[in-house]
Design a binder for this molecule. Sequence first.
Ligand code: GDP
Ligand code: CA
Length: 326
Amino acid sequence: MTDYGSAITDNRLRITDYRIVCLAGGVGGAKLAAGLAQIVPPQNLTIIVNTGDDFQHVGLTVCPDLDTVMYTLAGVANPETGWGRAGESWRTMQTVTQLGGPDWFRLGDLDLATHLTRAQLLGEGQTLTAVTRHLCTHLHIQPVILPMSDQPAPTMIESDDGRILPFQTWFVRERWQPSVRQIILPADVKATHAVVRALETADIVIIAPSNPFVSIDPILNVYPIRALLEDMPQVVTAVSPIIGGQAVKGPAAKMMQEMGMEVSATAVAAYYGDLVDLFIYDRQDEGTFVGAGGTAVALDTMMLDGDGRLRVAQDVLHTSLNYLNA
Ligand code: GDP
Ligand code: CA
């Protein structure tokens, strides 16, 4: 039996009594979500996931961030790549390539089963929220995983040479090499009732250490998510994905540089600004971090393994609770 929250007992209410919502992209989001899932009872944990990366490939709807979060919480993620499933094989897409089909986006044989099932259920007219619930049930995932919207909300990248690229074309096909001039997010995308309800009833909203520009901004851009966070009476906590002037993984640091920002936890805190009540940055940056108003706390935020995820989740929750009860 899981002893929920045994490490956190010195607060008025136990952490297990609070409703936690986590905003997440793929890798960084999934790691923190997996740590949270070890502490927070599933009925009190909702993970709202970016769907700005979703795209159509070989006739299927692929949702990279939802799948990374699902596979990680189900314990079937590939620990080496940070995406896809463990024990994967590649025979189907190899054969697609032999047949002259597209080869730039890799979909493993096991992973394809997810996309086929999703295609079937979407084709029957189910919403992405319902399809995700179905997949989570069959993967034995207990916390609630919600797509930010049931409407398509594609993130586009405008490169320095003036091209407007769909996110996966820029990220995977062009290996995030074209310099980013700006990120274009769609107008008029609405959150689902489930997302709005989760945020309205949340005690603590945690913005995972995901890419602020292409994972978190696309979620905040969905109406009325940003406004709900601004009005939250409780606490919005963000964790920096930038440690020691670098991204742990992926293009966040490169993007910041190209968009004329300083690459630092300080710049991430300034970027989130007033939206965030509590900003968590890494101990590595203790000497250089400059806060801009709100509360900021240094923690060890590196999640190298399961223990790291649990530790960071525990520390982030504990710090948020202290802020709430201060
Ligand atoms: P993506 O959608 O797969 O690109 O994943 P996310 O946007 O959720 O996460 C990418 C971000 O996670 C990168 O900017 C990384 O710097 C950050 N990240 C990855 N692992 C860690 C970690 O262990 N600790 C912290 N603080 N950030 C991390
Ligand atoms: Ca992503």
